[in-house]
Design a protein around this ligand. Structure first.
Ligand code: DX5
Ligand code: ZN
Length: 229
């Protein structure tokens, strides 16, 4: 059975207490998802490289999943290569340079991801899939937490899973935006390997138990699904 990674998004955490918020997760997660926004590519500002660096120092073994919702990658990328485990850039920015951008991330010894906004078709990244360790499917308009999941995103996940099989590629599929306890199973069964969750996790009184429960529910659903195939 494939392993599903739960990736709490720190955008959903209390910004005055980020370390305490992470500790509240009780270690029941796989990756820490860090949203970087520049008020240009998206209509919001969020965290900067210093947060990624202090996370790396405080949690040296953690997997830091950096989601760059920014333009100006030439400036922004090098700010994260000393702390991130994975850096995902958007297909909609610097489209003509994507081969070079993904290669430069890998050359820095970090996993490289490519993200698609909801209206962007997979055809836009077909030519660079060999260079991607992960494809991130945005299931809300990027920029803010707490939005409603866009259902058609699952079709994109299925298509990416099919393409991966057909072309014998190795990228993981991650979904980000509007995921909660009710729609997470659908996302996993559609083919997601990593699931980002912001508001759904951090609004819980006991997010550690909630995450443990979700993990168990996923395992159960996958067992049933595999059994029926
Ligand atoms: C949105 C961010 C997401 C956000 C998800 O642009 O990329 O990572 O934190 O938040 P929820 O899970 O609340 O939709
Ligand atoms: Zn994100």
């Amino acid at each position: 059975m494939r392993e599903i990674i739960l990736a709490p998004s720190l955008l959903g955490a209390d910004p005055l207490n980020i370390a305490a918020e992470i500790d509240r997760l009780g270690g029941n997660y796989g990756w820490l998802h860090l949203d970087i926004m520049d008020a240009h590519f998206v209509r919001n500002l969020s965290f900067g490289p210093e947060l990624s660096r202090v996370l790396r120092r405080r949690y040296p073994d953690s997997f830091i999943d950096v989601h760059l919702m920014t333009d100006r990658l030439e400036t922004v990328l090098p700010l994260f290569t000393d702390s991130a485990s994975l850096i995902t850039v958007h297909a909609e920015t610097e489209t003509h340079l994507l081969h070079a951008v993904l290669s430069s991330i890998r050359n820095a010894g970090i996993k490289a991801g490519i993200a698609l906004c909801p209206p962007t078709p997979i055809s836009r990244i077909e030519g660079v899939l060999e260079l991607a360790d992960l494809v991130l499917v945005m299931s809300v308009t990027p920029g803010f937490g707490g939005q409603k999941f866009i259902d058609s995103s699952l079709e994109k996940v299925r298509e990416l899973a099919g393409l991966r099989e057909a072309r014998k590629l190795g990228y993981m599929i991650e979904i980000d935006g509007g995921i909660n306890g009710s729609n997470i199973i659908g996302a996993v069964l559609a083919g997601c390997d990593a699931v980002v969750m912001g508001s759904a996790v951090f609004r819980e009184d006991d997010p550690a138990s909630w995450l443990a429960g979700i993990g168990a529910k996923i395992k159960e659903a996958m067992k049933d699904f595999d059994g029926k195939r």
